[in-house]
Ligand binder design. Sequence first.
Ligand code: NAP
Ligand code: MG
Length: 453
Amino acid sequence: MSHDVINPATEAVVATVADHSAEETDAAVARATAALDAWRRVAPADRARLLRRFGDVVDAQNEELARLEVANSGHTIANARWEAGNVRDVLTYYAGAVERHIGKQIPVAGGVDVTFYEPIGVVGVIVPWNFPLPIAGWGLAPALAAGNTVVVKPAQLTPLTAMRLGELALDAGLPEGVLEVVTGAGGVVGGRLVDHPDVRKVCFTGSNEVGRSIMEGCAAQVKRVTLELGGKSANVVFADADLERAAASAPYAVFDNAGQDCCARSRLLVQRSAYDRFMEHFERAVKAVRVMDPADDDAEMGPLISAAHRERVAAYLEGARVAFSGSAPTGPGYWMAPTVLETPDRSAPVFTEEVFGPVVSVVAFEDEAEAVAIANEGPFGLSGSIWTRDVGRALRVARAIETGTISINSNSSVRYSTPFGGFKQSGLGRELGPDALRSFSEEKNVFISTEEA
Ligand code: NAP
Ligand code: MG
């Protein structure tokens, strides 16, 4: 069995990709299991060298990977180059962690006590379609660095760059079986990674609905699990902010990757006393967003991933009050213009659910307490931004908002060297940052008696 992979900007078939069966998934897990013993014994400096070399190979293929991502996922070429660069960076960063994965020596009576970080075993990394390259990298790089072997299951819609990463790993000299990539349906290949007893950890990024079922599935074997799920993040603009800067940057906080970003600030909270001034600047900025052929160097936003996804996003707009919108190409491709909704009903699905498209809801607030209360509504807590010149307020609000990552006077979300993950139902566990290897290790305690016989 196989399926066609479609270019969302043109609707042309880009490739035909195999849908692997549960048995073929088992075979990949068996190869990863067989590779485990040798991989965990590779001397730390050599494992580091192999991962650095993998990073170098990815770097050398940056343009090829980026072009492949544009064709498969409709990401803008500028974003896709960053994404391939992020895989290189994550590999290089965690290559540096292999020799620094240091246990403890703990004072105890009657002997010496030391801890070791042991690999967990085979790790299954289940990747969504919205950021195929980075999300694969955030799982596989620290997992491999900690001495695990990895089976990656890319999304059916966007498997091409993960398949290429699997080949590049071999080119870089990683032994066979250390990194397996298995394409196919979520319920089949992904489901098997959850159920297979030799897969000891699942690293899942995707929807809350599937995430909950993965957690349930993992519970049967008390399998380690990391979940990176949805978001409905707030961009909070106070009246004392640099309004022009906040407004100029706000479109990219939600429309980047056509809004198909778990960190999208899809709720824009603006203090009432500055509301009209902010909205004037914001309208100009939204209308200036360049939605066009993502392969063009000037593109700032491309299409949505599929016809079905565009329909799902459009359904949120039925009956909604559109304040203004940007532009989008017509003709083939799953295009949608950046869309701004004003003063929505805060219980409407468009305000409470993750839309995962180029739609932002703007709401006015009176004061700091109301801003925090609105930001904390709902089940999500992944990302967010605060714009203010008041340092005390910036830090108070940053501490008060229940979210895993928040930026002040910036809409950045992710750095490979800082932790990333969700509060509340946005996830479980953290990825990236200096401690990522710990979540791919079991901590072992060893006591050595020094008592005389
Ligand atoms: P999804 O439907 O949950 O799918 C994610 C991955 O899980 C895909 O590879 C999918 O395979 C697989 N899958 C589906 N059903 C499965 C099952 N029963 N067992 C095992 N695996 C299964 O999510 P999506 O629609 O691709 O992605 C959008 C969602 O991801 C959004 O909600 C977004 O917020 C979230 N997301 C979160 C983060 C974060 O870091 N927090 C980052 C990016 C995206 P197939 O697609 O091949 O069926
Ligand atoms: Mg899905």
